[in-house]
Design a protein around this ligand. Structure first.
Ligand code: PMP
Length: 358
């Protein structure tokens, strides 16, 4: 007979999937294994960033600066926005968690595309809000018309992931503008730009300009991807008052650790060096996408540091074929597989496996 659970948990938890980013890479059978399931930056930290982290490590007996003053000011100067509009957090996922809790009462709705970042339904549900998932349009792109139509009286938040994780597509500046005209101005719209630095689409929106013009628009960014600090957990939002103030109020005390603060500032100082790496990854992405299309794969325009394979019922088989060759990719149900652009050897192997699979 089933035994009663020993403790009571939030009822919504039972319906949630566990977040499973894949195993770390390992070496087996003489084959270097690559974990290309979490969109990590394959480059090791810059020496200048490591030095700063080592220095900061000497003071970890102290709490970090709770107001994240120096990093916030460095970001404000870099982005050309007032420091009061910037709120940092432990990864952009931490900032997003705060934002959902700061905007939604129980039963309020959060509208986003699906598929998109799998943290969206989890964070929404845990906040007591209701996820409203709007299917992607053909080409694995956001269906902004359908998303505008999905906004109701209960909608507090709309999440636009551009480039979209896991499909790699961006929204266009003009369609975003038309969409924002249709969303009531008291509904917060998040532009999640975790992969912004990898974008080279000519029609991509200038999110900060959009934010400047529209008080309900929040720009969400991270140091985890292009800046290679995934392990340190630091991200930020650019938001007008009162949203920025609400984010600060709802932040966990000391959420951004001192190593992360120091490393993020050092990374802003090293932006030019980091951009060289980003350009290399973008060139690799284009190389891989071109090779896959040559093989006959129908790959949508890819704007992030990963490649999307729309596979339907073949999703699990393709992930297994990759795994057999030492590539841990990210399968999504019966939708497809996402694979990070990583070391050249991993990218080459991915193309090879894909070619054999077709
Ligand atoms: N947004 C998107 C679209 C992402 O893909 C990710 C990471 N997978 C995040 C936010 C969160 O990144 P982090 O918390 O490391 O800043």
């Amino acid at each position: 007979a089933a035994r009663p659970t020993p403790v009571r948990l939030r009822s919504a938890l039972g319906a949630l999937p566990e977040y499973t980013p894949g195993r770390p890479a390992a070496v087996r059978d003489g084959l270097t294994a690559y974990k290309i399931s979490s969109n990590e930056n394959p480059f090791p930290p810059l020496p200048s960033v490591l030095d700063v982290v080592r220095d900061a490590a000497g003071s970890v007996n102290r709490y970090p600066d709770m107001a994240v003053t120096a990093l916030t000011e460095a970001l404000a100067a870099r982005l050309g926005v007032p420091a009061a509009r910037i709120s940092t957090g432990p990864g952009s996922v931490g900032v997003l968690d705060q934002l959902i809790r700061a905007t939604c009462d129980d039963g309020d709705e959060v509208v986003f595309a699906w598929r998109s970042f799998e943290a969206y339904p989890i964070l929404t549900t845990l906040a007591g809000a209701v996820p409203v998932q709007v299917p992607l349009a053909p080409g694995a792109r956001h269906d902004l018309d359908a998303m505008a139509a999905a906004v109701t009286e209960r909608t507090r938040l709309v999440l636009v992931c551009t480039p979209n994780n896991p499909t790699g597509t961006t929204v266009g500046a003009a369609e975003l503008d038309a969409f924002l005209d249709r969303v009531p101005s008291d509904v917060v719209v998040v532009l999640d730009e975790a992969y912004l630095e990898f974008v080279d689409a000519p029609d991509a929106p200038d999110a900060l300009a959009v934010h400047e013009a529209r008080p309900n628009v929040v720009v969400l960014r991270t140091f985890s991807k292009a800046y290679g600090l995934a392990g340190l957990r630091v991200g930020y939002a650019v938001a007008h008052e009162p949203v920025a103030a609400a984010l600060r109020t709802s932040a966990l005390p000391f959420g951004v650790n001192s190593l992360a603060q120091a490393a993020a500032i050092a990374s802003l100082d090293a932006a030019d060096e980091l951009d060289v790496r980003v350009k290399e990854l973008v060139a690799e992405r284009e190389r891989v996408v071109a090779a896959l299309r040559e093989q006959g794969w129908d790959v949508p325009d890819q704007q992030a540091n990963f490649v999307w394979f729309g596979l339907g019922d073949d999703t699990a088989a393709f992930a297994a074929a990759c795994e057999a060759e030492g590539l841990t990719v990210r399968p999504y149900g019966t939708d497809g597989v996402r694979a990070t652009i990583a070391e050249t050897e991993a990218n080459d192997r991915l193309v090879e496996v894909a070619g054999r699979f077709l």
